[in-house]
Design a binder for this molecule. Structure first.
Ligand code: SAM
Length: 295
């Protein structure tokens, strides 16, 4: 066990590793403290120096800047740890928002903590939380999952996973894939699931699209969107029926329900369930008939 008293140093002559958030669009969103720390440290490590120099110029910060990202080698990380052990402070920034939140830096933080360096994070800009608090969704409980998966099976898995809590699931997503992401919510959760897309936060074309999966899907069919997006999905534990649909019994129940409620033939009901669950008709057919045999 270790206790970090960030601002009580005693005889400790080590430097500190500061994690400094930077704006997610609007350059005014730096804090006074963030600007001061970036000016005072002996070295700034940045995901992309060409990007960070723009911010430093804006705030007239003339400080040493070096590149550090996910592909930086262990030797490079060790080099910066020695720098900290020599008593020099380092600030780590990413291109936008909080470092480490879907951005580089975690291995450096772990290594720094291992050798007793104080790791001090500053509050500041972050796309997920900025989007969440103005979403209008019930935010008493939320979970952040990073980028929405690209792969169909992974989409299904993550949506199954999130749908056991009552709250909001937050994802980052590219504008090119946002429509497919909403489609997955429509298919694997329900068309009524509440969704909010927050786009281009803090920038000129900031926009929120709030509605059910079905409404948002219709909107996205007619309007292509650009820029950076945060996708928020309201999850409801009582929607557990969607999860149950994935069990063999749930599938049998769903097929029988459709036959009865919509007065359709078993094969048509099987086709509908297969589409809804993104599985093959044959698979659903086998599950349905196998289960019926054991009735
Ligand atoms: N570290 C960042 C943070 O704290 O939010 C996230 C970095 S991640 C590599 C970049 C993703 O964050 C984008 O693809 C987008 O999904 C989201 N994002 C960043 N800036 C945004 C903005 N201004 N509006 C909406 N989403 C944004």
């Amino acid at each position: 066990m270790k206790v970090q008293r960030s601002f009580q140093k005693g005889d400790d002559h080590r430097g500190d590793l500061y994690l400094v958030p930077t704006p997610i669009g609007n350059l005014e969103d730096m804090t006074f403290r963030g600007v001061r720390i970036l000016s005072e440290v002996s070295l700034i490590l940045s995901e992309d120096t060409r990007h960070t120099i723009h911010l430093l110029n804006h705030y007239e910060i003339n400080n040493r800047l070096e590149s550090f990202h996910d592909h930086s080698s262990k030797a490079e990380a060790d080099h910066y740890i020695r720098h900290l052990l020599d008593g020099k402070d380092i600030a780590l920034v990413s291109d936008a928002g909080m470092p480490l939140i879907n951005d580089p830096g975690h291995p450096l933080v772990v290594e720094a903590l291992e050798v007793g360096i104080h790791v001090i994070s500053l509050p500041g800009a972050n796309a997920a939380l900025t989007a969440l608090i103005s979403s209008g969704l019930p935010i008493h409980q939320f979970a952040y999952y990073g980028f929405f998966p690209k792969n169909k099976q992974k989409k299904k898995e993550i949506l199954q996973k999130i749908n056991v809590m009552n709250g909001v699931a937050i994802f980052y997503e590219s504008p090119y894939r946002i429509r497919q992401a909403v489609e997955a919510v429509y298919n694997f959760l329900s068309p009524e699931t509440s969704i909010v897309i927050a786009r281009e936060l803090t920038k000129r074309y900031e926009e929120y699209i709030r509605g059910s999966a079905s409404q948002v899907m219709d909107y996205l069919k007619q309007n292509s969107i650009k820029g950076e997006c945060v996708l928020m999905i309201q999850t409801q534990a009582q929607e557990l029926h969607s999860l149950e649909e994935f069990s063999d019994q749930g599938i049998q129940h769903k097929v029988q329900q459709l036959i009865k409620d919509e007065n359709i033939k078993p094969n048509k009901a099987i086709a509908q369930v297969a589409k809804h669950l993104d599985r093959s008709r044959k698979e659903i057919y086998n599950i349905y008939h196998q289960l019926r045999e054991t009735d």
